[in-house]
Design a protein around this ligand. Structure first.
Ligand code: ADP
Ligand code: MG
Length: 722
């Protein structure tokens, strides 16, 4: 069967009517669009012809699959060509306002019923019904497109599109039957057929879209030209061409993003940064620090430190992310980097997302630095005013070399005399703005960020254009993977027995809950509730502690210290312990209501155990019956690879959720998906690199440059490009 192609039927006279229209013409100028429709369109942000072209369908109905009657499947949209066997039009016996047209069709494989309903009295008069029936005489051939349903007496088409064909071999002329039909997100009062009709008017104007890429280059990239892609996306010929059209449009979205980010990076590289010469003599401060450690660095740690040191000794500011799974030993690397700065006469800042973690880093430094005669202080929200004043003074006069702290470091009174290096631990917990605020406290200091939550490459490319990443892809020797188990809450006792067993043997356990206190809205066990139950009943013979974010920092510190020393054996906590906390004797992590947490977060929590030589356990208690929750949690049971988990997390929750609201700065994409279009993103990234490496100012491609400038103005929030 053949379907007449649109091009054959393209009406040359319509085009001439549009000679005076351009992509910038207002939609109101179009035939068939009145003030009311124009208003509806503008509520969707559609004002000009160009806007409409860039308003992509959200989906398609596929009527292209031509089927025989016996191979139709209920639930699928299909098209058939068949002959009329019987035709009846009658009033519904049950509802006087409803009329029904009943068709019996057949082809060589079988029969099917087609019904159409007409609601409203004006359709129910006899003459009208007769005229409807006359449209489909017995023996005539019809093309029918629609959703196949299962009726009481076999398969039916209900209210499908119908076209009468001159003969079984004549082409289908309808714009809809047998085609891929776009579906758009519309507002009330705007009908889909009306919208498709508007496209019929403007579609010839697609030729006015200019292509920023040469046709030779497009051939090499196997991409269609822009105007062709825009035509196909709204009026697809077939699935293959539609796929290519989509590919081109997604490519462009990514290309402009990559060009914008990479161009910014090129500018950034021209800025002079603090000069930190790295000593080749390992009897220096850094070497002495490393020799003071109670262990030797893993080869991954050595490699990453070398990568950082090579960045530091360059004249352009470093911007490097260290990714390393929980427990891989990122902290010592950060400290070694800071000592490089100190040795070269600069100051260093070390920022952590929680007070607990900042405090822990401070203690680690306090153990080692006095022997090296390097001054270090801690600044958090709870630092007393008197000590704060001294710290700030010494920071400003340059005698204080390393300042560790929380968000408190960002405050205005904090001024450094010579800030050379900023380290941000667990960087995914901070926003771009916060990081930049700390950087602004120096003249282009070097930046080292660290995370145990790997950023999937698609996100890294979209946020940064590229990222200098170092991987600590090796755990210190002697670690055994954490045994992870999923339990329904009815089997909670099994988990308690394990805890009892471990704690009796001198180990320690965490029990994590999503809430601090009972909530009326959520039927969840809270930390306070579980703490009181466990300490008085289940574990009354052990010492149980409670930690949550609403405690004051003095109490928090005491609880952590008690857990560290073993005075507390079982710690009931919220996610305040999610990142960083390092207690090697802890061997059990019990997470209640595990389905409430994101995968990356669970992986982080699990990382609190398995830090010593003994085998550790992570028990995830799941109350949700949802299959998706179970599937999600099974991923943790089966994988201890942070990268794998992060990629899956991205697929399950999408980029917005993974990055969290703090990481604003991800641009909106009209069609592109960071989950599915990773390959196109790579292609666009390479293309952007290729273009800028030969022509950094885009002097040879004025159109591309103009489009890029427009893109940057419209698509970026200010923070993103900073
Ligand atoms: P993370 O990468 O999760 O921040 P930490 O820096 O907190 O990990 O290190 C986890 C634990 O491993 C700490 O107790 C640290 O002292 C220890 N550690 C770090 N490097 C090594 C190493 N090379 N050998 C043995 N233990 C190490
Ligand atoms: Mg850490």
């Amino acid at each position: 069967l053949n379907i007449q192609s649109e091009n054959e039927s393209k009406d040359k006279t319509t085009i001439s009517v549009y000679n005076n229209l351009s992509l910038d013409s207002s939609l109101e100028c179009l035939r068939g669009i009145g003030a009311k429709t124009a208003e509806k369109l503008s509520s969707l942000g559609l004002v000009t012809v160009k806007d409409l072209f860039l308003y992509y369908p959200r989906d398609y109905i596929d009527y292209t699959s031509l089927s025989r009657i016996n191979s139709l499947n209920p639930g699928e949209t299909s098209t058939i060509v068949a002959t009329v066997r019987r035709c009846n039009a009658f009033k519904s016996p049950k509802n006087p306002n409803l009329s029904i047209l009943d068709l019996q069709l057949y082809d060589i494989t079988g029969r099917i019923k087609v019904t159409r309903f007409f609601a409203g009295r004006r359709f129910s008069n006899f003459a009208y019904l007769k005229s409807q029936a006359r449209l489909y005489p017995v023996g005539s051939t019809l093309a029918v497109s629609g959703l196949v349903k299962a009726g009481p007496y076999g398969k039916i088409f209900q209210d499908p599109l119908i076209e009468v064909l001159d003969n079984p071999y004549s082409p289908i002329k309808s714009k809809y039957i047998g085609r891929l039909l776009p579906i758009y997100s519309l507002v009330e009062g705007l009908r889909i057929d009306q919208f498709r009709q508007i496209f019929e008017y403007i579609i010839p104007l697609h030729e006015q879209f200019k292509d920023p890429l040469s046709s030779t280059r497009l051939k090499e990239l196997s991409l269609p030209i822009k105007s062709e892609a825009l035509l196909e996306i709204h009026k697809p010929t077939n699935q293959d061409k539609l796929r290519l059209a989509r590919r081109r449009i997604v490519f462009d979205e990514f290309l402009f993003l990559q060009l914008a980010l990479l161009r910014k990076r090129l500018e950034f590289r021209r800025i002079k940064s603090p000069l930190i010469t790295v000593s080749s003599d390992r009897n220096d401060l850094v070497g002495r620090f490393i020799s003071l450690l109670p262990f030797t660095l893993t080869s991954a740690q050595k490699r990453v430190l070398a990568e950082i040191e090579s960045d530091l000794s360059k004249t352009e500011p470093m911007s490097r992310l260290v990714q390393g799974d929980v427990g891989s030993g990122k902290t010592v690397i950060a400290l070694a980097a800071l000592l490089n700065a100190v040795q070269a006469g600069w100051q260093g800042a070390f920022m952590a997302p929680t007070e607990v973690l900042a405090n822990q880093h401070y203690l680690t430094l306090c153990k080692l630095l006095p022997q090296l005669f390097v001054s270090v202080e801690l600044l958090t929200g709870s630092t007393k005013q008197s000590s704060r004043n001294i710290i700030l003074e010494n920071l400003a006069n340059g005698s204080l070399k390393i300042l560790v702290g929380t968000h408190a470091l960002l405050e205005d009174p904090v001024t450094f005399s010579r800030l050379g290096l900023v380290v941000v631990d667990e960087q995914h917990r901070f926003g771009v703005k916060q990081r930049n605020r700390l950087l602004c406290k120096g003249l282009q200091p070097h930046l080292l960020t660290m995370t145990a939550t790997p950023i999937p490459r698609t996100l890294a490319l979209s946020l940064h254009g590229d990222l200098d990443v170092s991987q600590i892809d090796e755990l210190p020797p002697g670690r055994t993977p954490v045994k992870t188990k999923l339990l329904p809450s009815s089997e909670r006792n099994q988990a308690y027995e394990l805890i009892r067993d471990q704690v009796s043997n001198g180990q320690r356990a965490y029990i994590v809950l999503p809430l601090i206190e009972e909530s009326e809205k959520l039927d969840l066990r809270s930390a306070v509730e579980v703490f009181s139950q466990l300490s008085s009943e289940v574990f009354s013979d052990f010492s149980v502690g409670l930690l949550h974010g609403r405690m004051n920092s003095f109490d928090k510190k005491n609880v952590i210290n008690d857990f560290l020393s073993g005075r507390i054996q079982i710690l009931v906590s919220t996610t305040v312990i999610e990142v960083g906390v390092d207690v090697p004797e802890a061997t059990v992590m019990l997470i209640d209501h595990a389905d409430r947490f994101g995968l990356a977060q669970l992986h982080q929590l699990r990382g609190r155990v398995g830090r010593g030589l003994k085998t550790s356990h992570c028990i995830l208690i799941n109350d949700s019956n949802k299959l998706s929750s179970r599937e999600k949690l099974e991923i943790l049971v089966n994988s201890s690879n942070g990268f794998e988990i992060a990629e899956t997390d991205l697929k399950l929750r999408g980029p917005g959720q993974v990055l969290g609201i703090r990481q604003s700065g991800l641009p909106d994409f009209a069609l592109a998906s960071l989950v599915d279009d990773g390959d196109i993103l790579e292609l666009a990234h390479e293309e952007a690199q290729r273009i800028l490496s030969s022509d950094p100012k885009l002097k040879k491609s004025p159109l591309l440059r103009q489009m890029l400038d427009e893109y940057v103005l419209s698509a970026f929030s200010e923070t993103h490009l900073n």
